[in-house]
Design a protein around this ligand. Structure first.
Ligand code: ATP
Length: 460
């Protein structure tokens, strides 16, 4: 990524072109929450569809699920979220250091404040602590009109648990046997202590998670399989491989139940950061839910007469974070011959919000009508947008910034010879194509494997 890609530029482009807006703006905004506009919805939907395709259409061993956001509170006891995210925390008002309030004594925490000047060498003044606050990351709410313990509910902090608690249902009805997976896309909520960096970390976000259930002795092979698959998925949709890395967690970073976790990291403008986690969760979740619910969550193999709790490999991605990565990686600034700067999103054609813009050169002489005819002809084949406002140069510029790979221009000649000019976003090449051939022309180009073009702003 060229150094010129800053988060500020991405935020500005998203606002200017109607991808993403700060939420509740007319009320002065609300911190770290965003609303997706037309092009933002189309882009994120294309990202999610590309994920679904990889899970459901390009293989046969995964099924879909859409579980509820509100689940039984015991789910979060079993998963460890209730206990794990409910630590009372205190902060030092001066240095900002954070401590577990209930661990101060037992861990003999060093309360020497590094920010307060010490009068005597070796004897620093102590941190000045705030009142203890509960830092449970789960949003707590109440179900029903009566406020009682029985009605407490949580907004799910991940989609994964909805999959585990449906393991039995799916096993029964999907007629699958391990190795098989259950995939889900949906909103998750975390009361993040430090949200920020645009849509990188928000309190409400969408996840794309898949739990892959395998016989215990196959778990290592499947872990390797999913790490490779998920890394390659980002490359396939246009992220430059040198902006991606697979970082294996060190032993002291692993959750107590995981014997291996790796993050797909992306070189965001804020530095290398997690894009997706691939975790070997062992049989922790199914075992926990068996214990807490009393329902046996196992697989019985009729042919070998073996009964076992499958192990799980989980690729867990964020739809918003992936959308941000695709925006950042495709952003380019090119200096044109006339000295002007062209801002262009070099998005993969399958991800671009609009595949082809249809532009009549002038708003008369039957050109708009012919443009509309082409629009009807391409409906259902590619997503088009009809655009007749402003000079054609301005319209090209607008579609470059939205990431539209092709612009179809209808001109005077088009009316007599039924051909149009197709302008290609990245190379700026223009070719003359017969109107009747357009559906095939697009179908052929969309079916081809696509590699990200070299950025104009990248050093040679
Ligand atoms: P992080 O370390 O960044 O907080 P995490 O390890 O807690 O992430 P997971 O629980 O593994 O994240 O969730 C899987 C994916 O969901 C992440 O890789 C990320 O893409 C996405 N995600 C998690 N938290 C957020 C958030 N607050 N905002 C946006 N996306 C998120």
């Amino acid at each position: 990524m060229p150094d010129s890609v800053t988060m500020d530029k991405i935020v500005a482009l998203c606002k200017r072109r109607g991808f993403i807006f700060p939420s509740s703006e007319i009320y002065g905004g609300v911190g770290s929450t965003y609303d997706f506009g037309h092009y933002g919805v189309l882009l994120k939907t294309n990202v999610k569809n590309a994920w679904w395709r990889a899970m459901l259409e390009e293989r046969d061993d995964i099924v879909a699920l859409d579980s509820a956001i509100l689940q039984h509170p015991r789910v979060w006891e079993a998963s460890g979220h209730l206990a794990g995210f409910s630590d009372p925390m205190v902060d030092c008002k001066t240095c900002g250091h954070r401590f577990r309030a209930d661990h101060l004594e037992e861990e003999k925490a060093d309360l020497t404040c590094p920010r307060k000047p010490s009068k005597l060498a070796g004897q620093g003044p102590e941190c000045e602590l705030t009142e203890a606050r509960d830092f449970n990351l789960m949003f707590k709410t109440q179900v029903g009109a009566v406020e009682s313990t029985a009605s407490v509910a949580y907004l799910r902090p991940e989609t994964a648990q909805g999959i585990f608690i449906n393991f039995k249902n799916v096993l029964q009805f999907a007629r699958k046997k391990p190795p098989f997976g259950i995939a889900q896309v949906g909103k998750s909520f975390r009361n993040e202590i430090t949200p920020g960096n645009f849509i990188f970390r928000t309190r409400e976000f969408e996840q794309m998670e898949m739990e892959f259930f395998v016989p215990p002795d196959e778990v290592n092979d499947w872990y390797e399989h999913w790490k490779t698959e998920r890394f390659n998925w980002y490359v396939r949709y246009g992220i430059r491989p040198d902006h991606l890395m697979m970082r294996e967690h060190a032993a002291d970073e692993l959750s107590h139940y995981s014997s291996g976790t790796a993050d797909v990291e992306y070189l965001f403008p804020i530095g290398w950061s997690e894009l997706e986690g691939v975790a070997n969760r062992g049989n922790f979740d199914l075992t926990q839910h068996t214990e807490f619910s009393g329902e046996k969550l196992e697989y019985f193999d009729g042919s070998t007469k073996e009964r076992y709790t499958p192990h799980v490999i989980e690729p867990a991605a964020g739809a918003d974070r992936a959308t941000l990565a695709f925006l950042v990686d495709s952003y380019d600034e090119e200096t044109l011959e006339n000295g002007e700067t062209r801002v262009v999103l070099r998005l993969h054609p399958q991800l671009a919000p609009i595949t082809a813009a249809i532009l009549p050169l002038v708003r008369k002489d039957g050109q708009p009508e012919l443009a509309q005819e082409i629009r009807e002809q391409l409906r259902g084949i590619v997503r088009t947008e009809y655009d007749e406002g402003g000079s054609v140069g301005k319209r090209y510029r607008r579609h470059d910034e939205i990431g539209t790979p092709w612009c179809i221009t209808v001109d005077h000649e088009s009316l007599s010879d039924r051909t149009v000019t197709v302008r290609e976003r990245d190379s700026l090449e223009q070719s003359r194509v017969a109107i009747e051939e357009l559906p095939g022309w697009f179908a052929q180009r969309l079916a081809q494997p696509w590699t990200s073009p070299k950025l104009a702003s990248e050093p040679t």
